[in-house]
Ligand binder design. Structure first.
Ligand code: NVA
Length: 310
C-alpha cells in the first residue's frame, strides 16, 4: 500500500512540481476532463482556522473532479481534544478518499497522514501553505513564462507559512527566492538549509535580506502577506510597528522589473502590508491567483490519488 500526501512544499520533487503545474493548467483549460473522485467519492475538508478561498476552491474543485465535498466542522470534531488525531485519522480513512485539513501544528498533520490510509492535503498550517504555492507558481507561469531563473522577493513576515512555502517551492521551481524580513521574522536556518539543498539541484537560490528595497530591486515577482497571520492576533500592535518598513508601496514596487507581477494570497489589508494602489493596480495578479487555487488543488488531489493504492 502506498499513500502519497501533500503536507509541505518539498513533498514533491522538481519534476513532480512541474507535472502538477502542467496538470493544473490542463484542468484550468478543461475543468471536467479528469474525474478521479467519480462515484462520487467524498473528501473531508476540516478547518480549525478561518477560511474563505480554501473552502470554496476545494469545494468547487472536488465537485468538478466528480466528488462530494464534505465539510467537517473543526470545532464540532474537536480533533486532538475530543479524541486523538490518530483515532480521527483512522475513522476518516474508512469514510473518505482524501482528507484536507487546515490546522495549527504541522506535527498533527503528520500524525493524520501516518494513520489515515488516504492522501492528506495541507490546507494551511502555522508552518506551510503548499496548495497556495501551487496556485502562485501557476499564476507566475501564466504571466511570466518559465519559472526557472526568475527572481521572487517576498517582503514582510518571512517566518510565516507563506515565507517558508515560498522558500521551498520557489527553490524547487529553480527560482531565486529573496526573503526580506525584520530580524526575528526570517524563516529558520533549517528552512534556509533545506531550500539551499533543493536549489543546488534546480539552479535556484534562497537569500535572506533585511532591506526590502534591496530584495525587491530587479525582482520579477514581488509577494507579500498579512503581517498578522491567523493565531497571531495578540501581537498585532508589535507587528504593525516592526513590519512598517516592509509595506509593499508603489515606491517599493517601482524598484522591481517594470513588468514584475505582485502577488498576495489574501486576505489583504490595504494600507498595511500592501498599498491599495499596488493590490488594485496593473501589476497585481491576485484575482488570477485566487482563481488558480481551484485548478492547483484539483491537480494536487488528482496527482495524489493516482499515486496512491490501497
Ligand atoms: N499567513 C497567513 C496566510 C493566510 C492565507 C495566515 O496564516 O493567516
Amino acid at each position: 500500500m502506498t499513500t502519497r500526501h501533500f503536507l509541505r512544499d518539498d513533498d514533491v520533487t522538481p519534476a513532480e512540481q512541474a507535472e502538477l503545474l502542467d496538470l493544473a493548467a490542463t484542468l484550468k483549460a478543461s475543468p471536467w476532463s479528469r474525474r478521479p473522485l467519480a462515484g462520487p467519492k467524498s473528501v473531508a475538508m476540516i478547518f480549525d482556522k478561518p477560511t474563505l478561498r480554501t473552502q470554496v476552491s476545494f469545494g468547487a474543485g472536488i465537485a468538478e473532479l466528480g466528488g462530494n465535498p464534505m465539510l467537517v466542522e473543526g470545532k464540532l470534531a474537536g480533533i486532538g481534544v475530543r479524541e486523538s488525531v490518530e483515532d480521527v485519522a483512522r475513522v476518516l480513512g474508512r469514510q473518505v478518499s482524501v482528507v484536507v485539513w487546515r490546522t495549527f501544528f504541522q506535527a498533527d498533520l503528520d500524525t493524520m497522514a501516518a494513520h489515515a490510509g488516504v492522501p492528506v492535503v495541507n490546507a494551511l498550517t502555522d508552518d506551510f501553505h503548499p496548495c497556495q504555492l501551487v496556485a502562485d507558481l501557476l499564476t507566475v507561469r501564466e504571466h511570466k513564462g518559465d519559472l526557472a531563473g526568475l527572481t521572487v522577493a517576498f517582503v514582510g513576515d518571512g517566518a510565516c507559512n507563506m515565507g517558508n512555502s515560498w522558500l521551498l517551492a520557489g527553490a524547487t521551481a529553480g527560482m531565486h527566492v529573496r526573503i526580506a524580513a525584520p530580524s526575528g521574522y526570517q524563516p529558520s536556518e533549517a528552512m534556509y538549509a533545506r531550500a539551499a539543498e533543493i536549489a543546488a539541484t534546480t539552479g535556484g537560490s534562497a537569500t535572506a535580506f533585511d532591506d526590502a528595497e534591496k530584495a525587491v530591486a530587479g525582482a520579477d515577482v514581488v509577494v507579500t502577506d498579512t503581517w498578522i497571520s491567523m493565531g497571531k492576533e495578540a501581537e498585532e500592535a508589535d507587528r504593525t510597528t516592526v513590519f512598517a518598513p516592509y509595506s509593499l508601496t508603489t515606491e517599493l514596487m517601482a524598484l522591481a522589473e517594470p513588468d514584475a507581477v505582485a502577488l498576495h494570497c489574501l486576505p489583504a489589508y490595504r494600507g498595511k502590508e500592501i498599498a491599495a494602489e499596488v493590490l488594485d493596480g496593473p501589476q497585481s495578479v491576485v484575482w488570477d491567483e485566487a482563481e488558480n487555487r481551484r485548478h492547483a488543488q484539483k491537480a494536487v488531489m488528482t496527482f495524489l490519488l493516482e499515486r496512491s493504492s490501497r
